[in-house]
Design a protein. Structure first.
Length: 117
């Protein structure tokens, strides 16, 4: 019974969809990052390699190579997030411009009515 009420609240609240959409990309990024790290750990365990045994310069190369796919993933996710935010901002600006035009038209109509009196 409360679940149906929650569903109706979500359907009535247009911001709920926006909040859900904003959380989607970071959640996808976190899951993919976790999956990548788990896969890397499994790969290293199966190969019998321990990064702690590497010399300092080799460890730096290893960490750079391992972290670059994660950096690229988050770069792409950030690009999509920013694209979405720009699209929403553009939509808001169009709505604001339309409302300003309506306001100007209404003021002209009121001003025209007062001149006729």
């Amino acid at each position: 019974m409360t679940q149906g009420a929650d569903t109706e609240d979500i359907l009535d609240d247009p911001l709920a969809e926006d909040r859900r959409e904003r959380r989607r990309l970071p959640v996808i990024g976190l899951w993919l990052s976790a999956l990548y790290v788990v896969g890397l750990v499994i790969y290293l365990a199966v190969q019998g390699q321990n990064p702690a045994d590497l010399r300092l310069n080799e460890l730096g190369d290893f960490l750079g190579g391992v972290s670059s796919p994660l950096a690229f993933l988050w770069l792409v996710l950030g690009f999509f997030q920013q694209s979405r935010e720009i699209r929403l901002s553009n939509k808001a600006l169009h709505l604001q411009a339309r409302e300003m035009r309506r306001s100007v038209d209404e003021r002209r109509r009121i001003a025209g009515g007062k001149q006729g009196e």
